[in-house]
Design a binder for this molecule. Structure first.
Ligand SMILES: Cc1cc2nc3c(=O)[nH]c(=O)nc-3n(C[C@H](O)[C@H](O)[C@H](O)COP(=O)(O)OP(=O)(O)OC[C@H]3O[C@@H](n4cnc5c(N)ncnc54)[C@H](O)[C@@H]3O)c2cc1C
Length: 426
């Protein structure tokens, strides 16, 4: 059977794959996008029911198309998925759904890659991995599986009714953990929230959303920090029309805050003594943004309404001043531990020397050491915004540029080869 060929093969049709396709089309690069399920599948089925975008519609989008409706609103997850489907259609993206890539390796003695898929082999000169920043849910090995409590990852959480009766311990207070804890508490559950180190920008300040502030302050663009230090959990939420994540407020509404979940023995969990420190660090992050925003407004003469109340903190609740260090699950009636503890990468299909000894991609702005192989959509690929909707679009443009540059060398090579036999015949 003849092997199918393409210039550039993109793996994954989430927002990263859709953005990549747009730029390749614009540059006239023949390409194909393979998606093992549906366009923007993770927005469709990999998130809880009530999830809305963390940024307002005017911000969390690609430059080429707006969301329908109010730009200040926070679109629901299905609206976001629909947006990417419509975007792909608008650009005629050549996406083949239901096709999984199972292996990628170099072609022997030739330029390019052999890509094995669930529907046969494709050869491509370039391959872009757009398989997602958040692939495999990670549950730290703290509580044994046989413990008498349901353990779920936030990727498996859908809504409060899905959980067995009883209290819930939510571990992790980034955007997912903070939002899910809030939702469960509003649904009448007793909730314990285990709070680790985090940043928590104000939802808005002086009439501008934090996405705007991060943009004008250049904070979306801060370059990738040194490896190993890049992961900072950020607690933001577009739920309830968008509110600042304020752990003291959550405590005032009934949630019991605890420190990091550290150990388990005989039905009892133990928590670290870091709660107050984590809350204070989150405050410092919050206050530093207010300071930077004020300084920016003053320097640039912006006429934005002052907001002195944003500087006021609620008093520390009892659960913070005298934190629980132990919790007997049965006594507290905890039926579920919900781990909002992040994701790992999975490149089981990749047979190229482009991962380090911890399995992390080796790349600079998405360009790997293997000529023609690129990564897109990873956290901090080039900057803070890289794994987010607006950021991935700009990274995709850079990668398209690199592909075009390399195509010019290949095309020179092709032309030179064509000239050679003619010369030989002279
Ligand atoms: C809970 C949550 C909320 C978020 N909210 C926001 C937000 O509000 N705003 C924002 O900007 N960002 C948000 N993000 C971050 C980011 O935008 C999303 O994670 C987004 O899904 C990343 O898009 P992506 O295209 O890079 O990866 P993904 O959406 O993960 O897409 C990768 C695609 O690759 C496919 N795939 C994987 N392996 C293969 C294979 N071997 N063969 C074929 N196909 C394959 C998958 O099926 C998937 O469709 C959120 C993340 C999470 C976890």
């Amino acid at each position: 059977m003849p092997v199918e060929t393409t210039d550039t093969l993109v793996i994954g049709a989430g927002q990263a794959g859709v953005a990549m396709s747009e730029h390749l089309t614009r540059e006239g690069v023949p390409h194909l996008v393979l998606e093992k399920s549906r366009i923007a599948e993770r927005w469709r089925s990999g998130r809880w029911d009530s999830l809305v975008a963390n940024g307002p519609a005017w911000h969390d989008r690609f430059p080429g198309m707006e969301f329908d409706g109010d730009g200040e609103a926070f679109p629901g997850k299905d609206t976001v998925a629909d947006y990417f489907e419509r975007y792909a259609a608008k650009h005629g993206a050549p996406i083949r759904c239901g096709v999984e890539v199972t292996k990628v390796r170099r072609l022997d003695g030739r330029v390019g890659f052999r890509v094995e898929t669930s529907e046969g082999v494709i050869e491509a000169r370039n391959v872009v991995s757009a398989t997602g920043p958040f692939q495999t849910p990670v549950i730290p090995p703290v509580v044994p599986q046989e413990a008498p409590v349901l353990q779920l990852h936030s990727a498996q959480y859908r809504n409060p009714d899905q959980l067995p009766e009883g209290a819930v311990l939510v571990v992790g207070a980034g955007s997912s953990g903070a939002q899910i804890a809030d939702e469960l508490n509003r649904a009448g559950r007793k909730v314990y929230l285990s709070v680790g180190p985090h940043g928590r920008p104000p939802r808005s300040y002086r009439g501008r959303d934090y996405c705007w502030w991060l943009g004008v302050l250049g904070l979306w663009d801060i370059p990738a920090p040194t490896p190993g230090t890049e992961h900072v959990t950020i607690a933001v939420s577009g739920a309830q029309g968008g509110r600042t994540v304020d752990f003291r407020q959550l405590a005032a509404e009934g949630i019991t805050l605890v420190g990091r979940t550290e150990g388990y023995a005989d039905g009892r969990l133990s928590f670290g003594e870091d709660l107050l420190r984590n809350i204070r660090q989150g405050d410092a992050d919050y206050l530093s943004m207010l300071e930077q925003a004020d300084a920016y407004a003053a320097r640039n003469g912006l006429d934005l309404p002052e907001e002195p109340e944003a500087w006021r903190m609620l008093p520390d609740p009892d659960c913070v001043t005298e934190p629980l260090r132990r919790l007997d699950l049965a006594e507290a009636g905890v039926g579920t531990i919900l781990w909002a503890t992040g994701y790992a990468l999975d490149y089981g299909w990749l047979e190229l020397n482009v991962l380090d000894d911890r399995g992390r991609p080796v790349q600079e702005r998405g360009v790997s050491p293997e000529r023609g192989f690129y990564f897109l959509g990873l956290p901090w690929l080039s900057r803070r915004g890289s794994s987010f909707i607006w950021g991935v679009w700009h990274d995709a443009r850079y990668i398209a540029d690199q592909i075009v540059i390399q195509r010019s060398y290949s095309s020179y090579d092709d032309q030179a080869r064509r000239r050679q036999p003619a010369k030989a015949a002279e």
